[in-house]
Design a protein around this ligand. Structure first.
Ligand SMILES: Cc1cc2nc3c(=O)[nH]c(=O)nc-3n(C[C@H](O)[C@H](O)[C@H](O)COP(=O)(O)O)c2cc1C
Length: 326
């Protein structure tokens, strides 16, 4: 019995954390139909993203800043603060997502599917991912396809590496596996983001659509629901500790599926999609989550314990100085 339990534990861990480098890089040749793009100089651009721990947001803001410097009128926003109907009013769209469970998170997909017709508008997509990565290429393709499904014309795609934010990895003891990437994002990452923004703009100016080319990646077989389900299977406890909670509402703001009722310090675990947004962001470690007998501690706490300082792009350093002076 003990052996079976051990086997199950090992299998789950292998599936969740160690399967990250399982890349079988081979092009499928499956190409999304690319509509015609007329060369044009966009004026109004929207950059929107989904982000739980800041990586995708930082990339989105830097891309927006780079486009602004090129004279464009840019709106930059987290998707939850945007009216989806307004997206059709722009003449270029850039969307960003983290890779969660080898895919674009379901909550973000749902919002993208509710976008109005964006026929003919050039669109670009980027994803941020952790460590050696886990299906980041195909996830970026999926994000771009979602925009193309609404009539958007693909104009570019990119993936940006970060330190992984999957709190179960370090909480379960695999600290070194995560710390290998503590230097990310670095200056090179930020240059890649600036270059991406400029390249997309250039392609739109030239009227050159981008071809979406997915790879054969076995992780597509377990992306999203099966991976979320196998993670949830091993979460034995998920509540809010009323004694520690300072009722700041961060967990409610971060939870993309409305699973937290702070008045009762309760988490609806059926609704929860194991994004770890609550545990990763709680400023006082009041989210009580147990995975395979281990207490999970979040991203904020991991960063604090290991003295990690996330590099800020040059463009935002002035802003930070100004806000400190104010
Ligand atoms: C719940 C969860 C699942 C994740 N799954 C993957 C994954 O399948 N592949 C991957 O490369 N990174 C994965 N990551 C790492 C994140 O994609 C990465 O750290 C990302 O930059 C986080 O972006 P954010 O800070 O904007 O939320 C996962 C992180 C979390 C919290």
């Amino acid at each position: 019995m003990e052996e079976r339990r051990l086997f199950l534990k090992k299998s789950a861990l292998t599936l969740i954390t160690l399967s990250m480098p399982m890349v079988l890089s081979c092009k499928t040749g499956v190409t999304a139909a690319t509509a015609k793009m007329n060369p044009k100089t966009p004026k109004k651009v929207v950059v929107f993203w989904y982000s739980q721990t800041g990586n995708t947001e930082r990339a989105g803001r830097l891309i927006a800043e780079t486009l602004k410097k090129q004279g464009l009128d840019v709106v930059a926003s987290e998707y939850r603060e945007m009216d989806p109907a307004s997206v059709a009013n722009f003449d270029m769209i850039v969307a960003g997502s983290p890779v969660y469970y080898y895919d674009v998170p379901a909550n973000f997909k749902k919002w993208l599917r509710a976008l109005p017709d964006i026929g003919g508008i050039p669109c670009a997509a980027y994803v941020t991912f952790g460590g050696t990565g886990g299906n980041q290429h195909n996830t970026a393709c999926t994000l771009l396809e979602l925009l193309a499904d609404k009539g958007g014309v693909p104009a570019g795609m990119e993936t940006f590496a970060n330190m992984p934010t999957f709190a179960i990895t370090w909480s379960y003891g695999n600290v070194d596996q995560v710390l290998k990437y503590k230097h990310l994002p670095n200056e090179k990452s930020y240059d890649k983001m600036r270059d991406f923004a400029s390249l997309v703009l250039k392609r739109v100016g030239e009227g050159k659509p981008f071809e979406i080319d997915k790879e054969v990646d076995l992780r597509d077989l377990i992306k999203n629901t099966p991976s979320i389900w196998s993670t949830k299977l091993f979460i034995s406890h998920h509540t809010i500790d009323a004694d520690k909670c300072i009722e700041c509402g961060t967990c409610i703001k971060k939870c993309p599926v409305g699973a937290i009722d702070l008045s009762k310090h309760h988490v609806d675990t059926d609704r929860c999609i194991a994004c770890l947004g609550c545990v990763n962001n709680c400023p006082v470690q009041a989210v009580d989550m147990v995975f395979m007998g281990k207490e999970i501690y979040g991203y904020n706490e991991f960063v604090r314990r290991n003295g990690i300082q996330i590099l800020v792009p040059e463009e935002f350093k002035k802003e930070i100085h100004q806000s400190i002076r104010l």
